[in-house]
Design a protein around this ligand. Structure first.
Ligand code: 13P
Ligand code: SF4
Length: 355
């Protein structure tokens, strides 16, 4: 029987299959090679668990060099991926910018599918892998090409600014992309006093509050951030009166109005690193505070987060399998690439002008 690891293989079974191909013992050599990583994650990962992660980290890092691969990981990835195997970490904009500079032949995207597609758009001749292609996004699933074309017909001539959390096909029928870190800049820079901003209604509403332009939006939402409420924030304030509360702009406007700071995942990390509050709640995906905790001593991170089930589909086991078998490869139809790539490149260009 051909052994394979796929989306439905239980983790324990995946380990057994991997052990047929790799030495997964927690040897002294592995312990030494991963000691620095363990120092960064020891607050979050107990030593007993580390014995399981370290051999996978060791083999992934070895295989990366052998396969001429680089790992781009989003800030929502687990600490063992973020600190253990990622070459580049960041928010969506940073990952897209870094993808334009990759010299390796293979990119392994530890994030969700639209992020891997963006890497492929910017590197059509390279191999882009995603360890689990089911790692989707409720925002990307909320809108189709036909939806965008119908909006264009309804509002002729109005520029379409599309959140990067969309498929390559949707990007291809829009004028320019944006991320949570440059949304306001991009909206202000496109022509005209009305802008179609899709598909995240909350990012659009939060941006609308800061611009004089009229924003037409779509009914999409992030399943992780839309569930936070203003009541959650007042409960957090009540429970932790001295804590600062910060949130991602995919949260509803009443949440954003109630917090101390809102920004992209990278902006939130920067805010914590520069402001260094004694106590902070990051109202976003749970791995964020786990990842940043080791880089910010003296800050107490309190829980007030949700888990993104899509981001959590990526694990060390499927990253190693992905590199070993060079699957699952992300492809974008040839005819879509030029227009979708242009929308992403325009965004990167416009963000540079904003520096
Ligand atoms: P950032 O671009 O802020 O990293 O956001 C990506 C995302 O998916 C947040 O849910
Ligand atoms: Fe998509 Fe929300 Fe997950 Fe980000 S957190 S990838 S927007 S579902």
């Amino acid at each position: 029987m051909v052994q394979t690891i796929n989306a439905i293989t239980p983790l324990a079974e995946a380990r057994v299959i991997l052990a047929d191909h790799f030495d997964l013992k927690y040897s002294k050599a592995v312990e030494r090679a991963t000691a620095k990583v363990f120092e960064r994650v020891r607050e979050k990962i107990p030593e007993i668990e580390w014995a399981f992660y370290a051999p996978l980290i060791f083999q992934i890092n070895r295989l990366k060099a052998e396969k001429d691969a680089i790992i781009l990981a989003h800030n929502y990835q687990t600490p063992q991926i973020y600190h253990g195997v990622a070459d580049i970490v960041g928010d969506s904009l940073q990952l897209a910018i870094e993808a334009t500079k990759v010299r390796q032949q293979v990119i392994v995207q530890c994030g969700v599918h639209f992020m891997a597609e963006t890497s492929k758009l910017l590197n059509p001749d390279k191999t882009v892998l995603i360890p689990d292609s089911r790692a989707g996004c409720s925002l990307a699933d909320s809108i189709t090409v036909d939806d965008v074309l119908a909006m264009r017909e309804m509002y002729p001539g109005v520029p379409v600014v599309t959140y990067v959390n969309t498929s390559a096909a949707v990007k291809a029928v829009t004028d320019v992309c944006c991320t949570s870190s440059n949304a306001l800049d991009i909206v202000n820079r496109v022509d005209g006093d009305t802008v179609i901003m899709i598909p995240d209604q909350y990012l659009a509403k939060n941006t609308a509050k800061k611009t004089s332009k009229k924003i037409i939006t779509w009914a999409g939402a992030c399943e992780v951030h839309e569930t936070f409420t203003a009541e959650d924030i007042s409960e957090l304030r009540h429970a932790y009166p001295t804590a600062k509360i910060i949130a991602h702009p995919e949260c509803p406007p009443e949440v954003i109005d109630a917090v101390d700071f809102a920004g992209s995942t990278a902006a939130m990390i920067d805010w914590v690193k520069t402001t260094r509050p004694a106590r902070v709640v990051m109202v976003t995906e749970c791995s964020m505070s786990d990842n940043v905790a080791s880089e910010t001593t003296g800050v107490d991170f309190l829980r007030g987060c949700n888990i993104c089930p899509h981001m959590k589909r990526i694990n060390l086991e499927n990253v190693l399998w992905s590199l070993h078998t060079m699957t699952e490869e992300v492809t974008v139809p040839e005819e879509i690439i030029p227009a979708a790539r242009q929308a992403v490149e325009r965004m990167i260009e416009m963000s540079r002008k904003g520096d």
